[in-house]
Structures are given as C-alpha cells and as structure tokens.
Design a protein around this ligand. Structure first.
Ligand code: NDP
Length: 310
C-alpha cells in the first residue's frame, strides 16, 4: 500500500531543521528533503554571532549540524534530493523527486534562497575557475592573491572580511555609494587594511574565459562612464539571493521577485501548505527568524492534522 506521509519538509536550513524538530517531537515522523544546498546558507557561513544562546558565537556549519542531530534524535528522517515538481491541487499533495513521487497530507516549504549572480556570460563560464558565491568554500584557493568581492550588503562585507585571511588584497566593488550592510559590518570592512572599496563601479566582464581562469575584471565607473581593467585572481559574489520557489509557480502566490507570499506568518493560499524561512521572508532573513518561522509552520501542521484527522 502506498505510504502517505503526515508532513514533508522541503529544505534543510534553519527553518527546515526547526520544523523537523517540532514535527518530530509531535510524533509526526517528518520527512525532510534536504534540497540543492543541504544545510542552507548557514552551512556556507563562518562565525555566527547573533544566534542567541552562544555568547562566544558558533560556526555556521556546526550550528546547522547541531540542529539536524537534534531533529534526528526525535525521529526526523532526512533524504538527499530536491523536489522537481509539486502538485498541490488535491489532497494528499504530490511531491516529485525525479521519477519518485512522495504523497503527503501537509507540506512545509523551507527551501530558502540561493545566491544571485550578475548574469554575465563570462561570469557564468568561470564559475568554479575563480568565480564563486561562497567565500568559505573557495577562499582558501586564493592564498596570497588579489581578489574581488561584489556587493554592498552584509554578505559582501562578511565575505570580504573572511577573505582577508587568505588574500593579499581584497577589493570590494559596489555599484553605488549607499550600503545596505549594517553599520558594524561596514565599519569593520572599511577599517581593515587589506580591504579597498570601489564604489559607483559595475563589473562588465570577467577576464579571461579563454584561459579558463580569472585574471581580472573589466569595470566601469558609473559616474564618469570610464571603463578600466582591474587585475584579480578571483571574483566572489555577495549580491543577495533568489528564493527557491519556482516549482510552485501558478500554484502559490509569490511577489515580483519570487518570494512566496504568506498570511499570518506561514500560511500559503493552499490549506495544509506552509512556507517559512528565506523562501518567504525578504524582510528579516536571519537564522533566528527562519528558525522561528519553521517552528510556526510545524505548529500549524500539527493543528491542521488534528483538525483533518484521516
Ligand atoms: P542585501 O540584499 O542586503 O544586499 C545585496 C547587495 O548586492 C546590495 O548592496 C545590492 O546593491 C547588491 N546587488 C544586488 N544585485 C546586484 C547586481 N545585479 N549587481 C551589482 N550589485 C548588486 O543581501 P545580503 O545577502 O548582503 O544580505 C541579506 C540579509 O542577510 C540581510 O538582512 C543581512 O543583514 C543578512 N546577513 C547577515 C550577516 C551577518 O549578520 N553576519 C551576514 C550576511 C547576511 P544595491 O544596494 O545597489 O541594490
């Protein structure tokens, strides 16, 4: 007989693990599909200093591994893979993972958001050859080299600061003079003697696709319209993220950038389907808020299943 799950959770970042912990402790035997990037954004970060309970901070990968172990202890089941299609038109819902189909009474979408790219053909051609969106993954390869970081938010500041451990010089390139980064992170980066800031500057091309390595960037000063080349061995992107919600297009409401729209924190327009974490939160986007909304989604699942007992 076909198994129908009580709850399937898409994503294994902060929101997904917290939803897994709560639904597991409610004896709902959650199934977590780990997604494209298991562990989510915390697994790609370094020291997390703003998650309450860790006065000295904690490494992102360690925090996320702790969450996973905690949920597993109560019976959460984790499966590698990501949902390729979803049918939310009838109960139970169908979640496709390649050729396999999982049926479930409720669904928690905690699929997060993935790094945004500039979209330049030369950038795309050099991903993994000096172009990267993950300083913690790839910084090590550029020891003693001059490298660049793109963006003006906290991600870019964090990447630039982290990369000073390896690089001889980090040039932070931002398209305007206004920074979205928090004051504390911006000041830390500005004060660092290895980091140089280039504002009002955009990247037009990454050299050198023919050599299959990054040798420099073609930049343009948007105020003077002057183009020039900056030699560099790597380009790290820190320009934000795109929500992972494409498979729900037409089935759930999303805003113009693709973030799922929710009501009363975690309710989508389909009863029994909840969204939490960065896939639906473009405002706060913190580990702690993602965990909080994962908890809310789990509590709503419990309530839904109680009210719709099979
Ligand atoms: P943000 O949206 O805050 O910043 C994105 C930056 O990238 C902006 O400066 C934006 O420029 C720039 N940008 C976007 N698209 C392009 C493009 N196509 N070309 C050039 N530049 C572009 O994203 P973050 O990922 O930095 O931060 C997201 C959230 O996560 C924030 O709430 C942040 O506080 C949090 N965070 C916290 C950290 C911490 O506390 N340790 C670490 C990392 C993130 P413009 O301003 O001109 O639009």
């Amino acid at each position: 007989m076909e198994t129908i799950r009580n709850v399937v959770i898409l994503g294994s970042g902060c929101a997904g693990h917290t939803a897994a912990l709560y639904t597991a402790r409610a004896n709902l035997s959650p199934l977590v599909l780990e997604g494209h990037e298991p562990g989510g954004q915390l697994s790609l970060t370094t020291l997390v200093e703003n998650f309450p309970g860790f006065p000295e901070g904690i490494q992102g990968p360690e925090l996320i591994e702790n969450m996973r172990r905690q949920a597993t202890r109560f019976g959460a089941e984790y499966v590698l893979g990501h949902a390729t299609k979803a049918d939310l038109s009838q109960q139970p819902f169908s979640i496709h993972v390649g050729r396999d189909v999982i049926r479930t009474r409720t669904l928690i979408i905690a699929s997060g958001a993935s790094a945004r790219w500039l979209g330049l053909p030369s950038e795309q051609a050099l991903i993994g050859h000096g172009v990267s969106s993950c300083a913690t993954c790839d910084g090590f390869f550029f020891s003693g080299k001059e490298i660049t970081v793109i963006g003006g938010g906290d991600s870019a500041m964090e990447e630039a600061l982290f990369l000073t451990r390896f690089a001889s010089k980090v040039t932070l390139i931002h398209r305007s003079e206004q920074f979205r980064a928090s004051k504390i992170m911006l000041e830390r980066a500005q004060k660092h003697d290895k980091i140089k800031f280039l504002t009002n500057t955009v990247v037009e091309e990454v050299h050198d696709v023919s050599k299959k390595e990054v040798t420099g960037l073609k930049l343009r000063d948007v105020k003077t319209d002057k183009a020039w080349d900056l030699p560099a061995s790597a380009m790290f992107l820190g320009i934000g993220h795109i929500p992972n919600a494409k498979i729900f297009a037409g089935q759930l409401d999303a805003d113009q950038d693709g973030y799922l729209k929710t009501k009363d924190y975690v309710f989508t327009r389909v009863p029994g389907v909840y969204a939490c974490g960065d896939v639906q939160d473009r405002r706060y986007r913190q580990a702690i808020t993602a965990a909080g909304s994962g908890c809310m989604a789990a509590l709503e699942v419990e309530k839904f299943l109680e009210e719709h007992e099979a």
